[in-house]
Design a protein around this ligand. Structure first.
Ligand code: ZN
Length: 424
């Protein structure tokens, strides 16, 4: 294997950076275990022989890893298959309910909680409005109640819940496990999300930027790992999660993907940043809703209220779907802006795919799928070399929560000393 444990530490979960130092565990072995579990998890059942072929590990190493995974109740031996001459093949399957993880997605307009099992199935979901108050304690109270209800109603064995992953608007500070002055969460100066939530729930907590979590949710259960994509997350704000060579990118402080100040409209208004026609100044939900109100398509809306904006934007989408030309024009103009930004991302990163998702995606979808592909095709300098797919998320609304849960599942299964370590 050419991969080292540094990959795991850097790319699987940042918490690892602080906690893994000082352990004497064989790190490459740990990565191999993760790789084997991931292959088994993604399959319907896979033979020992095929695992050896696909991982490049020796048969002996593979057997040792498989035994540890079985002992940890993460996989099971599901039988033997005879195929022609020779010894029967041992088949492994994931132990679906051997572990669970909670995924929480904090959007300024709504809180989504899911409980996911090791097979990647969402076994329970709660969605509710984010309390419209600037006091983070009120939001934390709502989160605590929501997760408690989720676990109770799912009937899952609480001792098998590995941890909680939180997808949150950035910026985030991973050293503190905190959200720092998120522009879309008024009143959240510095909120110690990781320690607060961990103390309340008695579980390990990891935090991740919402757009990065969404990208992780998109690739977590894909049949084939998509190699190079930008997941453009459409919530109250906008950001991009980046996957290159099949791996989530995070950047120096895990705040990658702030695309709000890329140019969406060269003839647009001057932004506070000094640029012209920035995405955040021309195509954000609050801007579109304000435009619709100004043009008489919607009644007056308080655009500082994230929930009111979400409701109004959905209404704008319904009016557009009914054929109202002004409403269609407003959403199409936003689609042109996102198309230009997608073109810049594709050129800079040489992507295979642009994937859209997030709470506002359903509203934007008709315009975006009609407008964006042609713009990306026109702007992409490498168009003669390969195609760029433009599509919506295959996971749907809870993609951020799914990604957060998968990160929590992975980091706690492989990196919490003394709890779920598989290496003996
Ligand atoms: Zn700007």
């Amino acid at each position: 294997m050419t991969r080292t444990d540094a990959d795991l530490g850097e790319k699987t979960q940042h918490r690892v950076r602080n906690e893994r130092r000082g352990t004497n565990l064989p790190r490459v072995a740990d990565y191999n275990q993760m790789l084997v579990l991931d292959l088994i998890r993604r399959s319907e059942g896979i033979s020992r022989v095929e695992l050896v072929q696909r991982t490049g590990l020796s048969a002996q190493t593979l057997s040792n890893i498989a035994r540890r995974l079985v002992d940890a109740h993460l996989i099971r031996q599901s039988g033997r298959v005879h195929s022609g001459a020779g010894a029967p093949r041992t088949i492994f399957e994931v132990e679906e309910n051997g572990r669970y993880a909670v995924g929480l997605h904090i959007d300024p307009a709504r809180l989504t909680c899911i409980l996911m099992n090791l097979a990647g199935d969402v076994v329970a979901t709660t969605v509710e409005s984010t309390p419209a108050t600037p006091d983070p304690a009120d939001v934390l109270n709502a989160i605590e109640a929501s997760i408690g209800r989720l676990i109770t109603e799912s009937g899952a064995d609480r001792s098998r819940i590995a941890g909680i992953g939180v997808a949150t608007p950035g910026p985030i500070d991973l050293t503190q496990g905190a959200v720092i002055g998120a522009p879309n969460l008024p009143g959240w100066e510095i909120v110690q999300l990781r320690s607060e939530l961990s103390a309340r729930m008695g579980l390990p907590v990891i935090i991740e930027k919402d757009s990065t979590a969404a990208a992780q949710g998109e690739i977590w259960n894909a049949d084939e790992k998509p190699d190079n994509l930008a997941f453009i997350y459409l919530g109250t704000g906008v950001a991009a999660g980046i996957v290159l060579d099949g791996e989530i990118m995070r950047g120096a402080s895990a705040n990658i993907g702030d695309i709000g100040h890329l140019s969406a409209d060269p003839d647009g208004p001057i932004c506070y940043c000094g640029g012209r026609g920035c995405l955040s100044a021309t195509a954000m939900p609050a801007t579109l809703v304000a435009s619709a109100v100004a043009q008489g398509v919607l009644h007056s809306v308080d655009v500082s209220d994230a929930h009111a904006v979400e409701v109004a934007l959905a209404e704008l989408g319904r009016i557009a779907t009914a054929g109202h030309p002004t409403a269609i024009g407003i959403l199409d103009r936003a689609a042109h802006g996102f198309g230009r930004v997608a073109g810049q991302l594709v050129n800079m990163l040489d992507l295979d795919a642009i994937v859209f998702g997030g709470p506002q995606w359903e509203t934007f979808r008709p315009s975006f799928l009609r407008v964006v592909p042609a713009i990306v095709e026109r702007l992409f300098m490498g168009r003669d070399l390969h195609h760029v797919d433009v599509r919506g998320t295959s996971i749907g609304d809870p993609v951020g929560a799914v990604g957060a849960a998968s990160l929590a599942m992975w980091s706690t299964t492989f990196d919490t000393p003394g709890r779920l370590y598989l290496t003996s």
